[in-house]
Ligand binder design. Structure first.
Ligand SMILES: [Zn+2]
Length: 232
């Protein structure tokens, strides 16, 4: 480092460590079935619809260990047309280059397009009108707030609970299959990595925190539940 110049990186790392949230990260790989149909090369621009290995062309690792990160809001109406359009704007995630002990963080080096990120420190609230015979809510539920049908408000935690993204009924008053019920709940938002904003990773012998652009993934898929369900 040149004399007299200090980038003050240690305080930044310390800040992320102290004030950041904990992210779980699942690495995504492309499956070998892209371009094939029933295992035969067809030059399509999509995954094999009958692939037995992947989910929609992607294979996810088990969530890696926790990392301290900083989520920030990017207040911009970016119109991403692929997965995970987020009406409130996309989110940025700042990953430190090193932990407070000076060890390079795996996620800093490895995070890539389509990877999945979830933080158990973030909870959002939503209301869903759900078909009662449908076993799944559309997001990863953290906590049921209220469930009602036909003038009945159920006792949450007693008459109805959740397991992963399924409602579990324990009441004689259960609505008939196919009824439309109103469910209010807190959920953990799940994000897809859209891109990593460019930075010089080795400027003057220094590396810097990395900024990742995320889009909320809604609705989530069965594969997402499979990856993150064990954490919940
Ligand atoms: Zn596949």
């Amino acid at each position: 480092m040149q004399a007299g110049i200090s980038w003050g990186l240690s305080p930044v790392r310390q800040l992320i460590q102290d004030q950041g949230m904990t992210a779980f990260w699942s690495k995504t790989s492309y499956c070998s079935c892209w371009g094939k149909v029933d295992g035969v090369e067809q030059n399509t621009n999509s995954p094999d619809p009958h692939c037995k290995i992947c989910s929609s062309g992607y294979i996810y690792t088990e969530p890696k260990k926790q990392f301290p990160v900083v989520f920030t809001d990017l207040h911009e109406a970016v119109q991403w047309t692929e997965e995970g359009i987020n009406p409130t704007g996309n989110i940025t995630l700042i990953i430190p280059d090193k932990d407070v002990l000076g060890n390079t963080i795996d996620m800093y080096l490895d995070v890539g397009l389509q990877d999945l990120i979830v933080s158990m420190d973030i909870q959002l609230q939503d209301i869903e009108i759900l078909n009662s015979s449908s076993p799944l809510l559309r997001r990863i539920p953290a906590q049921l707030i209220s469930v009602s049908w036909n003038g009945i408000t159920y006792v949450v935690g007693n008459e109805v609970t959740t397991h992963l993204n399924s409602l579990i009924w324990q009441t004689q008053r259960k609505p008939p299959d196919g009824s439309l019920i109103s469910v209010s709940y807190l959920y953990y938002p799940l994000y897809t990595v859209l891109t990593s904003l460019p930075i010089a990773i080795n400027y003057g012998g220094l590396s810097f925190p990395r900024t990742i652009l995320l889009a909320e993934r809604a609705p989530i898929t069965q594969a997402d539940i499979k990856v993150f369900g064990d954490l919940l």
